[in-house]
Design a protein around this ligand. Structure first.
Ligand SMILES: Cc1cc2nc3c(=O)[nH]c(=O)nc-3n(C[C@H](O)[C@H](O)[C@H](O)COP(=O)(O)OP(=O)(O)OC[C@H]3O[C@@H](n4cnc5c(N)ncnc54)[C@H](O)[C@@H]3O)c2cc1C
Length: 595
């Protein structure tokens, strides 16, 4: 088939077109080793911070068939605690076990979890579309740069305890802050609340729900007014004045609060409100600064309370970073919301791009019918990329219209490579309107032309009958989706594929399968658009991830079994440039199977 390049263009400002496809997951994995490469894959989303919030966002995105990478430094806020309480269905699970399971779930849907610290984020978006680079330092000090269309940031916060000796060593055990997390575990003990500010009053009344033996240590940090004192007294809460110096620990158990004057008040647990600081360093370059939380308990980075959308387009926030009151299940829920909102944003952008592409395609079609250039879609396979669904329906639609998409001439590389060969049996993959298959048949080949689209085959059959009824009798037309069909082994003297641009996950397997279909002494001829065409004035879908080079093709054919007779990039002129004729380059590889 005479393939070249005119197709719905989507390299508009809202191109949004690199990924988002089921096939991309393996593809994304492959690129993970190619960091620091400007052609490194631009993931649909990078999630910075893989705690409950970030992993929930990633799970939502991976299940939405988004290509998502989580970068996590592995220090969740609740790491000192034995268990996560109040998480329905998993109550008491160890914090790191919950995250281990979360990582596995994300990975089971194709998400990638990278251990490391994101140190900086920069905006790279083009033409108003968001886009980011994320600098990552691995635990071994190695560095990589990830690219992302969108971001979720869920880096959590840092708790600062008041300067009381011994407190931090007991943190998360018998020094606690959250009654819903640990109230049950310290129930009925003598609980001392160490005052740090106004929140301590609130905390004291809450902890009274779990014990009738509660003491509030004012610690020179709060001055209960008469109303406060009345409430505390009514609930049987004692108030101890004076600064707290330390906690007493015996046999690995907290047993008392020691005042600066040396007095020890026996308690079995301490509740203390921390001062929280949003872990927002990574957002500084984007201009998203931490700001005081209205409660006075510390800092947060502001975001929409429902969706997590930050002030920066393309960046969603989740979990404790934006709400210090979130327990694990709430942090997880906010991650789900952020993931869903991010996905919706991509869906909207992709829909805009698709509409624009259809409009551009219509305009191109008008010019094409006037100039009848050689033109070709980007591939002959059902896959999606960046919201463009190149499935059977796409190709049926593509060939379902009146008139001809292509010139009917054979591809130049086919003519160059095959003209001197003795005709035999040929298999033409992605035969489209039949240009190549008809040319082969007219030279005496017995041809099987295959295409994913029945409409294409109908057109090709009609064209063959019209052009040369005798040659048409040597062509069999078969409908196959090459990603799900294996041609019969060792059956053809020639197997050709022109401009079939598949995702990497399918490409090698399919091309090797074409080789398997060749008889000893026969040829496989694979031709594709060269990566450099993306910078040319030709009509090209901007999907570098679908392109391949000469070396990649050559590597598919075992030198013991194959002789590479052609491996080069060839220039040719096409009439189908944006502004008229343009120079394009084709990757051409022909291999001959050993006898
Ligand atoms: C002692 C203690 C016990 C608790 N117990 C409970 C409980 O029993 N039940 C409950 O529901 N809640 C509990 N909580 C609250 C719970 O910790 C939070 O709700 C939860 O951790 C919030 O999840 P998150 O994903 O927002 O943040 P985190 O869980 O803190 O996760 C943030 C992640 O981001 C990573 N990160 C940070 N910066 C970067 C960066 N620049 N690059 C890469 N990664 C980064 C961190 O290493 C971390 O892994 C407890 C809190 C504390 C302090």
């Amino acid at each position: 088939m005479t393939h070249d390049t005119t197709h719905p263009r989507t390299d508009s400002p809202e191109t949004e077109n690199a990924h988002a496809h089921a096939h991309a997951h393996a593809h994304a994995h492959a690129h993970e080793t190619e960091h620091e490469n400007e052609h490194a894959i631009e993931h649909d989303a990078v999630v910075i911070g893989g705690g409950a919030a970030g992993l929930s966002a990633a799970l939502t995105l991976a299940r939405a068939r988004r290509d998502v990478v989580v970068v996590d430094a592995g220090e969740p806020r609740n790491a000192p605690a034995d268990g996560v309480h109040g998480f329905l269905g998993l109550d008491g699970i160890a914090p790191l076990e919950l995250l281990r399971r979360g990582r596995a779930e994300v990975e089971s849907y194709g998400g990638i979890v990278v251990s490391g610290t994101a140190t900086d984020v920069r905006r790279t978006g083009r033409g108003g579309a968001p886009g980011f680079t994320v600098e990552v330092t691995a635990p071994d000090g190695g560095h990589r740069t990830l690219r992302a269309r969108r971001l979720v940031v869920s880096t959590g916060l840092v708790d600062a305890l008041p300067p009381v000796d011994g407190l931090s060593a007991r943190w998360g055990r018998d020094v606690v802050h959250c009654p819903y997390c640990h109230g049950w575990e310290v129930r009925d003990r003598a609980i001392g609340v160490i005052g740090t500010g106004p929140m301590s009053m609130h905390q004291t009344l809450l902890f009274r729900q779990w014990s009738d033996d509660v003491t509030l240590f004012a610690n020179d940090r709060l001055a209960p007014d008469d109303g406060d004192r009345a409430r505390l007294e009514a609930r049987g809460v004692r108030i101890v004045e004076g600064p707290v110096a330390s906690v007493r620990v015996e046999d690995d158990r907290l047993t008392g609060v020691v005042l600066a004057d040396g007095t020890t008040v026996p308690v079995g647990a301490v509740a203390v409100a921390t001062s929280v600081a949003a872990r927002s360093d990574v957002l500084v370059s984007l201009g998203l600064d931490a700001e005081p939380h209205p409660s006075g308990m510390g800092t947060i980075v502001a975001a929409d309370p429902v969706t997590g959308q930050s002030a920066e387009p393309g960046v969603w926030l989740a979990g404790n970073l934006t709400n210090p009151g979130h327990q694990v299940v709430m942090a997880a829920a906010s991650g789900v919301m952020a993931g869903a909102a991010l996905n919706m944003d991509l869906v909207s952008a992709e829909t805009r791009a698709a509409v624009e592409a259809v409009e551009t395609w219509s305009a191109d079609a008008t010019r094409r019918s006037a100039t009848a250039p050689e033109t070709a879609p980007p591939s002959q396979s059902p896959h999606t990329t960046g919201g463009e669904l190149f499935d059977a329906a796409y190709w049926e639609d593509r060939y379902g219209t009146e008139g001809w998409a292509w010139s009917g001439d054979p591809n130049a590389a086919l003519v160059d490579e095959v003209a001197a060969l003795t005709p035999g049996r040929a298999l033409d993959i992605g035969s489209g309107e039949g240009g190549d298959a008809i040319w082969l048949a007219r030279r005496g080949w017995t041809v099987t032309g295959t295409d994913i689209a029945v409409n294409a085959l109908d057109k090709a059959r009609a064209r063959a009958e019209e052009v040369d009824a005798e040659a048409a009798g040597r062509i069999t037309w078969e409908q196959h989706d090459i990603t799900g069909w294996t041609p019969p082994r060792a059956s053809y003297d020639l197997v050709t594929s022109h401009f079939m641009h598949l995702p990497a996950a399918d490409r090698d397997r399919v091309f090797r399968g074409l080789g398997e279909a060749v008889v000893p002494g026969g040829s496989v001829l694979i031709v594709g658009h060269d990566l450099s065409d993306l910078d040319s004035d030709a009509h090209r879908l901007h999907h570098p991830e679908l392109m391949f080079g000469v070396d990649e093709l050559v590597a598919l054919f075992d030198p013991v079994e194959w002789t590479i007779v052609t491996a080069e990039t060839r220039e040719r002129e096409t009439a189908a440039g944006h502004e008229g004729p343009a120079t394009v380059r084709d990757v051409v590889v022909r291999a001959v199977r050993a006898l």
